[in-house]
Design a protein around this ligand. Sequence first.
Ligand code: NI
Length: 177
Amino acid sequence: MSIKNIIVAGTPQLRQPAKIVPLTWFGTLEAQQLIEELFATMQARQGVGLAAPQINVPLRVLVYGFEMNARYPDQAPVPRTLMVNPKIIHASEEKVYLYEGCLSLPEIRGLVPRHEWIEVEAQDKQGKIFQNRYQGFEARIIQHEIDHLEGKLYPERMDNMRTLGVTAALREAGLIR
Ligand code: NI
């Protein structure tokens, strides 16, 4: 099967900005394989999103989406989506806070401010450019995954490091579900 190993913080490759995907990539076997690996690995690890650098592929490709997720049981379903070369073109002034985790930072969560809504331009599987507006948890996932494409991890977005905690303890304390 096409489930890949997820690299964790401390691995230098996770900190390198990913490369822009060229037009020649779209429709290739390599493209199809990467997309399948990202979705399969995300699902196998109960992720809500996954960026290519997390499986050690330095390309600007991300996936997200789920019907039900054990790690974020309060969240409504988010459609399964692929984005290639995504860019945030507009974002709300308003920021919202939620305890966020990351498969590359196992067992911890922290309270992270994110734009409440964003407008994104990206390419689909065929290389076709699309634009869309996203809000709430979906907007949060996209911001988190785009950060991975820049080699950035969520603790760098936090404004109160005292909220960083071990997932099981935060659950025990009733701070997350
Ligand atoms: Ni992550």
